[in-house]
Design a protein around this ligand. Structure first.
Ligand SMILES: Nc1nc2c(ncn2[C@@H]2O[C@H](COP(=O)(O)OP(=O)(O)O)[C@@H](O)[C@H]2O)c(=O)[nH]1
Ligand SMILES: [Mg+2]
Length: 177
């Protein structure tokens, strides 16, 4: 009984300590969202570069007014999620002058940002940026759909044969214009 109370008190203390730690050094997880080929990967690469090297971000007031003291790359927060290949994307854009290839899997990158709040001394924010294939957005309706509903919808939609025929007609339609 006494041990149970002690355990609960300990868990409670840990929760309060974690809450204070979070207030003192918050972590923000930011998913960059949009459909495929809407520019998420390029935007994420450019944002990381601007935060670390002080790029021009005219509508980002904190940066524009000089309150972002600096940003640096930090170790990955989660070993199960691949690292966002920031350096590869940057090399492609800045050195090879090519667009990075399309994103096929989720990836993330952790940044430690030092900033001056409107009141008080220098603070630190841990920012986790998450990049993922935009095609996933199109699958969101499936979350609320039963397997039976999915099958019904698939059977009601145009048959694969008619989709194939339409796809075959497309190049001719394009070249005929
Ligand atoms: N002109 C221009 N094209 C862009 C820009 N950002 C992305 N694109 C184009 O959009 C394509 C898809 O960008 P990407 O960031 O890979 O899109 P994602 O699929 O949303 O991650 C690129 O290959 C470029 O052709 C941009 O800032 N300017
Ligand atoms: Mg992408």
């Amino acid at each position: 009984m006494a041990m149970g109370l002690l355990d609960e008190a300990w868990i409670g203390l840990r929760a309060v300590a974690d809450r204070f730690e979070d207030l003192a050094h918050p972590t923000l997880r930011l998913g960059v969202t949009g459909l495929a080929r809407s520019g998420k990967t390029i935007f994420t690469t450019a944002l990381i570069h601007a935060l670390m090297h002080g790029g021009r971000l005219p509508v980002f007031e904190a940066m524009n007014s000089g309150r972002i003291a600096g940003a640096r790359l930090a170790p990955q927060p989660d070993d199960a999620v691949p690292r966002f290949p920031y350096e590869d994307h940057l090399a492609r854009l800045a050195t090879l002058r090519e667009w990075p290839s399309s994103t096929t899997r989720i990836s993330e990158l952790r940044l430690e940002i030092s900033y001056a709040p409107l009141k008080g001394g220098l603070r630190h924010l841990t920012l986790d940026l998450v990049d993922y294939p935009g095609e996933w957005l199109l699958d969101l309706p499936l979350l609320d759909m039963s397997y039976a509903d999915f099958c019904r919808q698939a059977l009601d939609s145009p048959s694969p044969r008619s989709i194939f025929k339409t796809a075959r007609r497309c190049p001719q339609a394009r070249s005929a214009r």
